[in-house]
Design a protein around this ligand. Structure first.
Ligand SMILES: [Zn+2]
Length: 192
């Protein structure tokens, strides 16, 4: 009897160790898989980028379409701050177009070096091969971009997804979500 108790106790202990180890090693796939990432906190986002990111080019690509903003960033701002400023301006514009102002979206933005790196990340998360310019994952509340394909249109589209997904109590169907995001892109530089 005593032995049986010992055995079952040991078995319980083993299960415990196994399960705790399992949950311990389960990774949070929304976080970078390595620590070679810098980040900037803007008013609405945490923007992650590679230390060798071409921020100047990124800034330019976020300004292809001129639209009215109340003010331009301070010219003395660092490049990081200017990119953050532009992301926030785009976000303001997206909310204005959709007339949706969800609270506390606090999304993350991750800018990968190129399409190949982004494809790798997609595979790491979904175990499925796909090549996309950009995507948004609601579960991780993260907008995924890459330096090669980044533009204000691409960013506004994904921000549209983040806004729509946080606005409704029940997320609309995928088709409706896509239509709304495309609407944002189409109307980005309309006069209001
Ligand atoms: Zn979309």
């Amino acid at each position: 009897m005593k032995n049986l108790l010992k055995v079952s106790l040991l078995a319980l202990l083993a299960i415990n160790i196994f399960s705790s180890r399992f949950s311990f090693t389960e990774e949070d796939l929304s976080l970078p898989s390595d620590n070679k990432w810098e980040n900037i906190h803007s008013d609405y986002f945490i923007i992650y980028y590679r230390p060798d990111a071409g921020l100047k080019r990124i800034e330019k690509r976020l300004e292809i379409r001129r639209f009215f903003t109340e003010s331009d960033p301070d010219p003395l701002f660092s490049l990081q701050k200017r990119v953050a400023y532009r992301m926030d301006a785009l976000y303001g514009r997206v909310r204005e177009i959709l007339q949706m102002y969800p609270k506390d979206v606090n999304a993350k933005i991750r800018i990968f070096k190129n399409r190949k790196e982004l494809d790798k990340e997609y595979y790491r998360i979904f175990r499925e091969k796909k090549s996309l310019k950009s995507f948004y994952i609601y579960r991780f509340n993260t907008i995924y971009l890459n330096e090669e394909d980044i533009s204000d249109s691409v960013v506004a589209h994904e921000m549209g997804h983040a806004v729509v997904d946080h606005y409704f109590a029940v997320r609309p169907s995928e088709k409706i979500r896509e239509i709304l995001s495309q609407y944002v892109d189409i109307h980005l530089d309309d006069e209001f």
